[in-house]
Design a protein around this ligand. Sequence first.
Ligand code: PXL
Length: 269
Amino acid sequence: MIQIALTIAGSDSGGGAGIQADLKTFAFHRVHGASALTCITAQNTLGVDRVQALSPEMVAAQIDAVVGDLGASAVKTGMLFNREIIEAVTDSIERWRLTELVVDPVMVSRTGARLLDDRAIASLIENLLPLASIVTPNRYEASILSGIEIDSLETMREAAAIIHQLGPAAVLVKGGGLPGKLRGVDLWFDGQEWETFTTKTVETTNTHGTGCTLSAAIAANLALGANRKTAVKKAKTYVTKALEHALAIGHGTGPVGHFYPLLASPPSS
Ligand code: PXL
């Protein structure tokens, strides 16, 4: 039976991050992807030109339409943009009792565009994090959520412990961007077990969509029935492969190669 995963996230018109990355990632995993759009970005590999949010009612209506008919074995959230949308999403997740929830606490784009306003951070912490099965902050987001400056494995640990106290079942602090050996190290804490996941670092500048792709791949693996830690391990392997096959397109930071196995075999007619 085909599984269904739902992404609640923003659109990246350039196709590298956001909803577009999530749906391609779900398809790679042979999971049917459904989406509830939170906002539209005018965006390419060079950056975000413009953002327009949808109304919280429209976000909730999409979730209701999808879950009321198709159900969802796992859900991920990405760019939520403002407090009203976070409140609508939280309410829908509670109402539909969606339990396998991956929260990617997207805050700023690589080029510095704000993807979550300041008022929204408190709501994310208060309302959404306690519902999460796994929250996947990068170093920058983990600093904001924990109040700890992160520059080492030790400070990653401190931040993970604080974020876990905020209520998610598990925390994955991503070390991407840390200097030297820690660059490919992500730290897992579920309240009992600590684990570091290390993958080889891939030398590419085409990394757009990496975070979205990881959280979507975790959700896809959860939808397929993997336990949480295994879902993270498998998702990391997929992202590494997608980075190895990143696409050198556009004039800026190209996207990871979400559908890399298809690149090797042209479509048959
Ligand atoms: O990578 C974070 C992210 C999430 N969602 C959307 C984005 C981005 C980064 O640019 O555009 C829609």
